[in-house]
Design a protein around this ligand. Structure first.
Ligand SMILES: [Zn+2]
Length: 255
C-alpha cells in the first residue's frame, strides 16, 4: 500500500513538472492540441488564469519580458521551455556552462585590457601564460561565486538543498546570465569600460529574479545572496589578476 502511494506521488510529480507562470503551481498540461496549429491553452486550477500564455508568443516577446525581469517569463523559460526535470537537462547544463565560462573569459580579458595587464611581446610562451592566467581566474572566480550562491541559499535563506535543487539553482543562474552575450560585441567594437559595470549589474539583477523563481523565496533575500556572490567573484577576479600581473613569463624564465 505504501509502495503504491509512493509510486502515485512520483507519477504526480512527473505529471506536474510544468508550472503555471502566474502563481508557480504545478500543472499537468499547459495546452491541448486538437490539430496541427490548433491548440487550447489550459487554465490553472489555483489562480484560474491561463497557465502559460507565452506558449503562443514569439521568442522576441519572451526576450523583452526577460529583459524587463518579469517572473512569469522566467517561469516559462526555466520550467516550461527548458523543463528542468527532463533527461536532456544534462546537455543544456553542459552547453550553457561552456558558453558561460567562455563569456567570463571574455570579461576578464576586457578587464585586463583596460588595466594594460597584458604583455604584448608576442612570444608564444607569454601567450600561453596569459591564457593560463585567464583560465585560473575564471575557475577560481566561479568556484567562489557558486560557493557563495549555494551557501547563501542554504544558510541565509534557510532552504534545504538536495542535488535536484542545486541543479535547478545552477541552471537558473547560468541561463539568467544571458546578458553576458553582449560581451562579444565589446570584444569586437570599442565601448567605454562603464558598459562592463552595467552588464554586471544587469546580470546580478537577472540572477536574483531567476533565483527567486526556482526557490520561491523573498526578492530581498535572493538579491542579497546574488549581490554577495557577485561581490566575492569580483574581489577574487581583481585579487587573482593583481597577484598574477606581477609574475610575467619573462620573470619566470629568468628565475
Ligand atoms: Zn496559477
Amino acid at each position: 500500500m505504501r509502495l503504491k502511494t509512493t509510486k502515485n506521488e512520483e507519477k504526480k510529480a512527473v505529471e506536474e513538472e510544468r508550472r503555471c507562470v502566474n502563481c508557480g503551481r504545478g500543472i499537468k498540461t499547459l495546452f491541448v492540441q486538437y490539430s496541427p496549429g490548433n491548440i487550447r491553452l489550459m487554465k490553472c486550477d489555483n489562480c484560474k488564469a491561463v497557465a502559460d500564455p507565452y506558449i503562443e508568443c514569439e521568442f522576441m516577446i519572451i526576450l523583452i519580458d526577460l529583459i524587463l525581469h518579469k517572473t512569469k517569463a522566467y517561469r516559462h523559460l526555466l520550467y516550461n521551455m527548458l523543463n528542468l526535470d527532463a533527461d536532456d537537462t544534462k546537455g543544456v547544463f553542459l552547453k550553457s556552462s561552456f558558453v558561460y565560462f567562455l563569456l567570463d573569459a571574455c570579461r576578464i580579458s576586457l578587464i585586463s585590457n583596460s588595466r594594460d595587464d597584458w604583455d604584448s611581446s608576442g612570444s608564444p610562451l607569454v601567450s600561453i601564460w596569459t591564457c593560463g592566467k585567464v583560465l585560473m581566474d575564471v575557475l577560481l572566480g566561479n568556484f567562489v561565486f557558486i560557493s557563495v550562491i549555494v551557501l547563501g541559499t542554504k544558510f541565509l535563506l534557510d532552504l534545504s538543498l538536495d542535488i535536484t535543487r542545486c541543479k535547478e539553482i545552477m541552471l537558473a543562474i547560468l541561463i539568467s546570465s544571458y546578458f553576458k552575450l553582449f560581451l562579444i560585441a565589446m570584444m569586437v567594437w570599442e565601448f567605454p569600460s562603464s558598459v562592463l559595470f552595467i552588464i554586471d549589474v544587469f546580470v546580478l539583477s537577472s540572477n536574483a529574479v531567476a533565483l527567486r523563481v526556482v526557490t520561491q523565496l523573498q526578492t530581498a533575500g535572493c538579491l542579497a545572496v546574488c549581490f554577495g556572490a557577485h561581490a566575492a567573484k569580483l574581489f577574487t577576479d581583481r585579487w587573482v589578476l593583481h597577484l598574477l600581473s606581477g609574475v610575467t613569463m619573462r620573470k619566470m624564465l629568468l628565475t
